[in-house]
Ligand binder design. Sequence first.
Ligand code: FES
Ligand SMILES: [Fe+2]
Length: 334
Amino acid sequence: MSQKKLKTENNWHYLCHKSELKKENSYVNISFKGKEIFALYEDGSINVFENMCMHRGSKLVEGKNGVWNKKCPYHGVCYENGFPVNVEEKGLRRSKDRIRLNKYHASEVGDFIFFSENDDENNKIADFLGKETFEHLESISKIIDEPISDTQYYYDCRWEVAIENALEPLHLEDIHPETLDTLDLGKSENEEYDNSVIFNHAIKNQNMVSGLKKMQKLFSNKFNEKYHSTYVFPYFFISSTFGFSFSIQTFFPSNEKFKTHFRSRVYSSKAVNDSKKKILKNFFDSTIKINKQIFEEDADICSKIVKTDKHFIGPLADTEEKIIWFRKRLRLSN
Ligand code: FES
Ligand SMILES: [Fe+2]
């Protein structure tokens, strides 16, 4: 890891997968640091805007996702590619340039869409992720078929607490005895990069492994036979068992220090064909259910962490080594 201070605004954040934006004018809206930011599919391209009309500040889109009519609900200014188009009619001709939507720097990683708060052209996601992580995420994005679940709620803790929880397997036995811990995970094998950690655990529950192996023929792509995770600093996780589905979690800070915007989306992987996809329906339903239970268990324990003014830096166990990486990376941020 390089030692120079790294600008927080240069970080890249996950917004969505292209399969969430199939229809013309469809959007995915996220809560990020007291703002809402949405990706909009229009005229064959994807733009990322702040969810705020620049006339008098109304929100433009509602909820987690949907299709936008391209019109502000307050006074009816219509936008195309972020530009107001009916300014004459609304008596706003002189303010035309001022009511252009706030647009974010967006980039594709395969079929994933990320955005950054720094719109400088030299701020590139390929540099931020590095070659290995970029290619790794790109290949996952191509294995994904479509979203099958999308949940969001507040974690009652600061975002660093939620990230540290997701980075260590030490809590699995006590917090997830009926869910994640039933896989009986082996030691974490980590690949650490400047802004990301890719890690895999062997699954030691042999009954489960043989069941999962049998299912492999239903899927178009082979991923790996592990419990896999990738963490991208600061707010993004992806995890998967055998690559059959991918769970993407974002932990964005909110306006309040001890509330974190949590969102978990599960995406199915491409099946060999439609009849196999039908067979997989029950499997995916139970994946969604277990996934929700795991995050409720995590949210619950994170809410019990005492809310200290500064991020609590306690001693770490051998299996919490990824938290060391995280704390080092945190110190490099300004
Ligand atoms: S606030 Fe959007 S048109 Fe007035
Ligand atoms: Fe957990």
